[in-house]
Structure formats: structure tokens, C-alpha cells
Design a protein around this ligand. Sequence first.
Ligand code: HEM
Length: 234
Amino acid sequence: MSAHTGPILEGRGDTDYERYIRVPELLELVKPADKLAHPDERLFQTTHQAAELWLHHIDYEIDRVVELIGGDEVAHAAALLERATRIVNLLRQQIVILETMAPADYHVIRTTSLGRGSGQESPGFAKLLDVGKRLWPPFDELLGRRGASLIEIEITPRTHAEFFRLVQAMVDYDEAFLNSRFTHIRLAFRIIGSKVLSLKGVPASQLELGTREPLFPKLWDTISELTSEHKPSY
Ligand code: HEM
């Protein structure tokens, strides 16, 4: 190895890539092939592990968005929320990979490996259920400080371009989160059906309630209000 290519960072692994990314530590978290209840368990575990990392990252970005809104940095807040939305969309896309698993194979994994575990216990997901409560108060205060109202922003989006971008970013995030919950339901129904009890004893169909709970209901109400102001006759 030449003097210019060898690793310079501390850590495990032969290269700085492995040491920085912490590849050896990361791969130790994956169940070894000879311990899997079923070959498809690898996909099941990896999908959930990747989801937890991304959920943790979204939570981090949401904290930054809260801070930026508090500091009147509206465009930067919108940009980070748009980033968070892309990650939620990525999570949604990775959920459907599990639809390639046969329901019978999932039951082997469920009965052998999962204990009483359920996605409902995901700490990353639980934090994201609070995004509405975390973002709304600083957002509302921002509008108050700048003397802007939601309906004014919707009526004249170009006059309030910066605020409108943030409002759109919030609606986009909300919609992506609802869509990902809906996609997860379709996965659950495909793998275990809708007429069964979940691991926690609640009907799997209860998951549908989550697709009707937007994080920012007032934003959606304002869109309805705008439509009413235009007095549509259909
Ligand atoms: C074989 C695939 C899957 C099945 C059959 C399944 C099934 C279910 C069911 C029935 C529930 C209801 C609660 C419970 O059972 O205790 C649930 C909740 C949940 N699952 Fe999954 N799931 C699967 C994959 C995933 C994946 C890949 C993720 C992560 C991205 C995930 C995350 C969650 C979350 C966050 C909840 C709580 C949702 C809520 O309260 O709205 N699940 N899952």
C-alpha cells in the first residue's frame, strides 16, 4: 500500500471508508445467515434497521427545522423539511420491497424470531408522530411575529413567497407521512390480511385510523377555507 492510500483514521476496518462509516460495527448488527429462522428474515431485519436509521435522521432534521423557524430562517427551514420529505418517500419505497416476501415465510419469522415485538414499538416512528406538535407552535409564533395569516398566504402565495414555500413544505411532509402509513397498511394486509389481530391484539384494520390523522390539520382546513372563499358551484 502506498503512503497516500493507507487509512489515517482510527477504528476497525482496513480502509478509512470502513472506519468512518463503521462498516464492521454496522454489519455486526445483522443476524448471521446460520441464525436466520428463514432466508427472507435477512430482508425483514435489514429493512427495519435501515428504517430506524432514517427515522432517527428525520427526527434530527425536524429539530433543526424547529430551531430555524424560531430564528426566522424561513427558506432554510423549508429546504430542510423538503429534505425530510424525500427521506419519508424513501422509507415508503423501501416498505414495498417486503411485498416480495411470501406470507407463509413471514409467519415462520414472526413465530420464531420476533418475540412480542411490533412496529408499533418503533421509537423512531413514535417521535415522528409528534412532528405536528413540535412544528406548529414555533410556526404559529413566526406568523404572529411577521403579522401574516394562513389564509392571506394562500390567497396571495406570490406576495408571501417565502412563507408559501414553508407552508407547501409542511403540506408535502404531512402528505408523504400519510402516504407512507397507507403503503405500510397495504403491506400489512398483503402479508397478514386485514381481518386478523395484530401482535398487540388490536385489529390490523385499526392501522387505517393513522392515515386520517394529518400532522397539520389547520393547513388542510385553510385550503378548504380558500375554496369556500371562491364560492365554487359544482
Ligand atoms: C412483513 C411486513 C410487515 C407487517 C406484516 C407489518 C404489520 C404491522 C401491523 C399488523 C401493525 C399494527 C400494530 C401491531 O401489530 O402491533 C404494524 C405497525 C407498525 N409497523 Fe409494521 N409491518 C410490517 C413491516 C413494517 C416495516 C418494514 C416497518 C418500518 C418501516 C414497519 C413499521 C411499523 C410501524 C411504525 C407501526 C406502527 C404504525 C402505527 O401505529 O400507525 N412495519 N405493522
